[in-house]
Design a protein around this ligand. Sequence first.
Ligand code: PMP
Length: 411
Amino acid sequence: ATRPALLQRAADFPILSRPVHGKRLAYLDNGATTQKPDAVIEAERGFYRHSNANIHRGVHWLSQHATELYDAARTSVQGLLNAASADEIVFTRGTTEAINLVAQSWGRPRLTVGDEILVTHMEHHSNIVPWQLLCEQTGAVLKVVPVEINGELDMLAFDGLLGERTRLVAITHVSNALGTVLPVAELTAKAHAAGAVVLVDGAQAVAHTTVDVQAIGCDFYAFSGHKLYGPTGIGALYGRRALLDAMPPWQGGGDMIRTVAFEHTTFAPSPQRFEAGTPNIAGAVGLGAAIEYVRGIGLERIAAHEHALLEQATAALADIRGLRLVGTAANKAGILSFLVDGIHPHDLGTILDSEGVAIRAGHHCAMPLMTRLGIPGTARASFALYNSPADIDALVAAIHKAQRMFGTRGA
Ligand code: PMP
């Protein structure tokens, strides 16, 4: 098979040229957050230097200019997700806030005692806890689709759990802990056939694959800008228009109203209805720049690049005696979780760090999944468009070094 040509874009990311502990930085913690290209850093800085004003309220030129930039960012998100309309995009602080918005605005007025919310056993805490809170508030019940030991979803169990009381199915697109890619279109079709609404947590998907919310067919799709080479504190919720239009506001304040009187207040249409107060304007502009950056490279190319790295890294790690890969689903994104005999993931992470290799160690905000797998946590390497085979070589060399230090090197 012909290998995809590897991208060489590390030079776009200034932080990658800074050494860490005197070593070349191999940044493999992209599941936690990605680094930012100059295009994003300059867009945010440029906004403050040339365009800063509050939006939606100015008669003056700068305010109108800032509003245009903010609206253009919304259109970029629409393009990224292939939403039918920019009005279906609500800016949020990130995935977590987007999911909480759906729980409180869609779920709280609708759900009642005995209604069911279906999640999977591999969800991130931010796609579990908002539903637990909602269940406490409404008397709804949280049901959990089991996960196979290799990290795949138990599809038969999903079918079995989907019932007439199921009101909402909330599933991740890509598991942050294991890299499993879920068949979200298929799951959505089944959920819709059962009359349920579907939310997809796209936090680990948008930077790594093309996403088309119309092709998936889901009702809500949430993601964070900072995992997509954009700033922190900005993300978005896609919501199907008919649903958003029928949802009450969840936070009140300026910018989300039509008229306010002490007797009665009326609300702006979506998406403004869900964006109370001055939003993260500069963050949205930065996110827009990040989206244009990745679309300029092409998400297919990025996916092919990361897949090649995943294959290389999977083979290299499988060769290390005493190392066990956790999560071996057939369809995976560029995330590798693993355990090394005799070395706690935190100790491993610390030794790797001293070699300039940044990974994550722990439960990855997926404690129920770790409990299911019978482990306290894993070491996790996760890839981005700027990673290279040299980063994987550094990872492998650092793991060997840790094994030598712990005297656990099998070979
Ligand atoms: N869902 C998944 C699958 C994630 O990986 C993350 C971030 N680790 C989140 C949700 C939460 O994202 P944020 O903290 O940016 O809101």
